[in-house]
Each structure stands twice: as C-alpha cells, then as structure tokens.
Design a protein around this ligand. Sequence first.
Ligand SMILES: Nc1nc2c(ncn2[C@@H]2O[C@H](COP(=O)(O)OP(=O)(O)OP(=O)(O)O)[C@@H](O)[C@H]2O)c(=O)[nH]1
Ligand SMILES: [Mg+2]
Length: 319
Amino acid sequence: MARSWSELLGDDDARPEPEERRSGMFSRLRDSLSKSRRALTDELASAAFDPGDDLAWERLEEALIRADVGVRATAELVRRLEARGQIGDLNAALAQEVAAMLGDPPTLNVGARPTVVLVVGVNGTGKTTTIGKLAERLRQHGHEVVLAAADTFRAAAEEQLDIWAKRANARFVGAERGADPASVAYDAIETASRDGADVVIVDTAGRLHTQTNLMDELAKVRRVIANKLDGAPHETLLVVDATTGQNGVQQARLFGEAVGVTGVALTKLDGSAKGGIAIAISYELNLPVKLIGVGEQLDDLRPFDADDFARALLAPVSQ
Ligand SMILES: Nc1nc2c(ncn2[C@@H]2O[C@H](COP(=O)(O)OP(=O)(O)OP(=O)(O)O)[C@@H](O)[C@H]2O)c(=O)[nH]1
Ligand SMILES: [Mg+2]
C-alpha cells in the first residue's frame, strides 16, 4: 500500500485553514529557496522574454545551467518552452514545465510490516538529522519507529542517533563500535518484527561514492536487509546536500548503481544557491526527490511537492 510522504508526515503548521496553512508553508519554502531563486531569476527578470530572440534563449540556457539544473534537463526545458510557441510570463511558463518534469507526489510503500527505509549518502549530507526528523514526525502521526545505528564507524554517530530516538520515543538498536553494519540492520528488523513496529530506519556511515570497498559494504547491508525481509528495503533514500551542486548527480548515479536508490532527500536547500539540482537529479536519473530539508529544525523537513518547489524557485523576486 503506497501512501504519500505528505500523508505520512503531515504538516505541523498549526493554522486551521488549509489554504492559509499552505500559504504559510509555501512562504517558508520560498524563503529557503531565495538564494537559488536569485541565482536563477536575476538573469531572467532583466528583460521581457522574446521567443524570437536567439540571444534571449541563450541567456535562459546559461541561467538554468548556472543554477545547477544540469545540461540535459536544461535542454529539455528549453525544448518544452520552444514547443509552446507563445510564452507570455517566462517565470510562470518555466515553473509549469519544471513542475511537470518533477512529476507526481512521492510515496512510500507502508503495506509491509515493518517498512524498511535504508538511508545512505556522502559524509555530512544530513543523513542522521533527516532520520531524526523523520522518526519524530512519523511518531507524531502514530507510527511505531525503530532506528538502527548501522553507522558503526564513529562512536559519536551512535550517540547522535540515540538522542534522536529518545526524543522521538523510537526504539533504538545499536551495536559495538566497529561491528558489522549489516548485522545492526538485521537486528533492527528482527526487533521491529517482534514488537510489531511499523517502520525501521537504518542509518549508515557517510562514504564517498568513489570508495569502492565502502560501497561494497553498503551493498552488503542492502543484501542482508533484502534476505531478512521480503520486499525490503522498501525505500533506499539517498541524502544529498544541495550545496554540492552537480556532484550530487554523480553521487546519485553511483549510489544508485551500488544500492538501488529509490528516492532522494535533498538537504540544506536553505543555504544553497544550487536548488536546481533537484531538477537535474530527477530528470537525468529518473530518480524522484521525495523529501527536502530547509533548515535544522524539526519542521524543516518536508515532503517534496513539485508544484510548490517550482513556484518557489521561480517566483518573481519582488514576491
Ligand atoms: N541548514 C541545514 N542544515 C542541515 C540540514 N540537514 C542537516 N543539516 C546539518 O548538517 C550537519 C550534518 O548533519 P548529519 O545529520 O550529522 O549528517 P550525516 O550525513 O549523518 O553525517 P555523517 O554521519 O558524518 O556522514 C548538521 O549540522 C545538521 O544540523 C538542512 O536541511 N539545512
Ligand atoms: Mg550520520
């Protein structure tokens, strides 16, 4: 049974009216994308867009590439805009095409018991923080959560996850330092199955996508999870730091080859001018962005909404 991430996490904006709530969330998203938006729209806003002007198309392409949309996604966006003939308001037209390219709202299959979410990524991208926020939000919405500290590389990593587990009232499964990360994942699924928990989230040590032996270790974690429970992991989330720009595409490609990534959590969008990477990853690799991190607070993790993202990224600067 697939459920949307926004249904799973809800939104904790207290305003009662859905419209008002949406606009509150939207303005926060717009604020956090302000650097990315400036990088993109400063270029575009300078003159009215004339589809007959080749230079205007060139400027548009350059602006998109500079904003980390990526060469292929940029070419596709331009192709779609050209196919429109009349463009009118360029920002609005671009926002529509970006939203269409980013696709449907992301879902998580929660029919299984437990649902297993494996979280992977390069060092320091925000894996543990994202897991902590996720656990707390899932708990708030009535899901029993088990956190697995399969980052056995650093003692501090386990402590950090344990703190989040206590805060979120989630079960915590750890191991001795240096233990096999795959065995921690195994134990956590066993614990969750025994206790009837709904979701297991497996934290892993950060690693470079180019470190073959560490990528092999991750593939083993995945294999052990898959052998332990049919259909698991139900989600393999790659956490990408939005400030890294195009390297994120390469990370997604190589992690995808090693462990079959099913979705991306794009963090630190709040401090990044490279939010366009969301479009590059999802178009070039056909890999949906499912969650975005827009700060260090609990409610700064949110389900990705293509329409809101596109509008926030391309809203006129004066708004
Ligand atoms: N501004 C901002 N900071 C974030 C976001 N997500 C995470 N961080 C910060 O990024 C830093 C690293 O976060 P961690 O969760 O420890 O990253 P990690 O991927 O688990 O790191 P390793 O386990 O060492 O690979 C922390 O200071 C977080 O508070 C975000 O969306 N926005
Ligand atoms: Mg960590």
